[in-house]
Design a binder for this molecule. Structure first.
Ligand code: HSE
Length: 307
């Protein structure tokens, strides 16, 4: 009988420009680690050395486990050990990574064999703890890996394997972010948009999908153009315009905010000079007197059991 399991789940980038709340991409940069251990007591407890909520009701992984216990009427208590490696509050899908790892670990621990949509639905419950609302773009990417398209009502995730030579350069600025950062940055999004803007974003979003299907990093990157959410959020990232301009000049195909920010993500391919792109982004943040560190990464295959 399995009594303990450890699952790692990757960081992710959401939106990819015009695909707000719809597109997600798992990125091979950081992985959260969640170990679930069955306990004789009825309690759900959190063990961690990281600065995250220890109350299971306020913790993304805790919420997922509590909901799964209720749904599947399992009788054990569960100890949730969390090792957070995805930096929280930077638009890298940190809350989603823990939630995804918890959902996949619970599924394996009880041999539930849930399908992808069900795992994503449970993992999405965890997002509520940090974002205030459930959005599935990050969790879907973190659970399933690769590029995902999220359809809701009913929840239905389409996964496409990304081109293996796609590369992302992510600049993570040293900024103090508000506690409920995603909630705050969702608050600045316009409630109404023009028909022309919706057409622009739709054309770019569909081109991104074509880029993933055709395994074409250049088409993906060149279609990362968002005239709705990025303009509304960019003021929250000092130096954003310069970071973007510099990365494009250095050869990136497209640049946008990673998820709700403040990290900025540039898309390119393995044969491009990605170090040069990273340096150009660092210089962009320098111009606003902001330090940052850059990571060059490829897509991730998603959550998996740690052997
Ligand atoms: N789609 C979400 C947002 C992702 O942009 O608010 C948050 O990581």
């Amino acid at each position: 009988m399995v009594t303990k399991i450890t699952v790692v789940a990757p960081s992710s980038t959401a939106n990819l420009g015009p695909g707000f709340d719809v597109f997600g991409l798992a990125v091979d940069a950081f992985y959260d680690e969640v170990t679930l251990t069955k306990k004789k007591t009825k309690k759900v407890s959190i063990v961690t050395e990281d600065d995250i909520p220890k109350n299971p009701e306020k913790n993304t992984a805790g919420l997922v486990v509590k909901n799964m216990i209720k749904k599947f009427k399992t009788k054990d208590g569960i100890e949730i050990k969390i090792k957070k490696n995805v930096p929280a509050g930077y638009g890298m899908g940190s809350s989603a990574a823990s939630a995804a790892a918890a959902a996949v670990a619970f599924d394996k621990l009880y041999k539930l064999r849930l399908d992808g949509n069900s795992l994503v639905r449970f993992a999405g419950i965890g997002e509520k703890a940090s974002a205030g609302t459930i959005h599935y773009d990050n969790v879907a990417a973190s659970v399933l890996g690769g590029f995902v398209i999220v359809r809701t009502n009913p929840l239905d995730i389409i996964k496409i394997d990304p081109p293996t030579h796609l590369r992302m350069c992510i600049a993570v600025p040293k900024l103090i972010v508000p506690k409920k950062k995603t909630k705050v940055s969702r608050g600045v999004i316009p409630k109404k948009i023009s028909f022309a803007d919706s057409i622009t974003n739709l054309s770019n979003a569909t081109a991104i999908v074509a880029g993933f299907l055709n395994k074409d990093p250049e088409l993906i990157g060149k279609s990362i153009k968002d005239v709705i959410v990025e303009p509304a959020r960019k003021h929250m990232i000092p130096g954003f315009s310069k970071v973007k301009e510099n990365a494009l000049k250095a050869g990136a195909f497209g640049v946008t905010i990673s998820g709700a920010g403040p990290s900025v993500i540039a898309f390119s391919k393995s044969s491009e000079n990605n170090k040069k792109i990273g340096l150009a982004m660092t210089k962009g943040f320098d111009s606003a007197k902001i330090e940052c560190h850059t990571i060059i990464c490829k897509p991730s295959i998603g959550a998996s059991i740690k052997k």
